[in-house]
Design a protein around this ligand. Structure first.
Ligand code: ZN
Length: 262
């Protein structure tokens, strides 16, 4: 037989249990509903699947491997190129190396050389892209991502890249495409990471003057689920910090990877 105390304790227990399960159910529903609003993506580099992090931009960073939009696009372009080129038999010069890609390139290419103008650590040779200390026609591939927008005499740099490439070699030279047409700055802009220009799609015409062919890969060429677009409000230009920039419509912008064939 239960006494009064047992009954009261049992009722209190049942009440608490019901309250807890209601709370858990509510939390579960809330979690699922709130997660339904967060889009899930797939990272082609580390195979993570889930929401990407909004750091500087919306859906920018993969939380597992820390890749950003341009890394994922460049990685997919490299995968695409691997279908036609045996990169395991190729040499690569990596200019201003991102540690992220250094690890990948060292594994994928036969021979890997890293160079930077100022860094001394984790590179093979310190050198200026305007005057590379290499013989002509010795590399199969050159990779310099988001480098040329920092160099005033970029034509000289492009000519140097062409000089060290073997005939049939390729240069992967992406720059941020942030303008309808390229706008040259008279001096580096400290508010835009010391960029000396705002490149537009016409910027790749410069490459066409030095290389046989330039193939431009676009975010649109690859699966939407990899999130390869740049979410940025560019309607705010020109402004005090970027007085020469022109406005661009929309907040979702394509990214591009030009592959230049020597
Ligand atoms: Zn990842």
């Amino acid at each position: 037989m239960w006494n009064h105390l047992d009954v009261r304790a049992y009722s209190a227990y049942m009440f608490a249990k019901e309250k807890l399960s209601k709370y858990l159910m509510f939390s579960f529903v809330k979690f699922n509903t709130s997660n339904k609003n967060i889009e899930s993506f797939s990272c082609p580099i580390c195979n993570y699947h889930g929401p990407f992090l909004n750091v500087r931009r919306r859906q920018e960073v993969c939380p597992k491997c820390s890749s950003v939009e341009r890394h994922r696009l460049q990685f997919l372009v490299l995968q695409q190129l691997s279908l036609n080129y045996d990169i395991s038999q190729m040499s690569i010069l990596h200019i201003a190396p991102e540690p992220f890609f250094k690890r990948i390139f060292e594994k994928k290419f036969l021979q890997y050389v890293a160079t930077d103008i100022s860094r001394k650590k984790n590179i093979d040779c310190q050198a200026d892209l305007l005057n590379l200390p290499f013989k002509s026609k010795i590399f199969d591939c050159v990779f310099a991502s988001h480098v040329l927008e920092h160099i005033q005499d970029d034509e000289k740099a492009i000519a140097e890249v062409k000089r060290i490439l073997k005939p049939g070699g390729m240069a992967i030279l992406p720059v941020p495409i942030v303008s309808k047409k390229t706008i040259e700055y008279p001096a580096p802009n400290p508010y835009e990471s010391e960029h000396v220009r705002a490149p537009g799609l016409d910027y790749f015409d410069k490459y066409r003057r030095y290389f046989k062919e330039v193939i431009v890969f676009d975010s649109k060429n690859f699966p939407e689920e990899c999130q390869l677009y740049i979410y940025e409000n560019r309607t705010k230009y020109p402004n005090k910090k970027a007085p020469l920039r022109e406005p661009m419509e929309g907040e979702k912008h394509d990214d591009f990877v030009p592959v230049c064939l020597a």
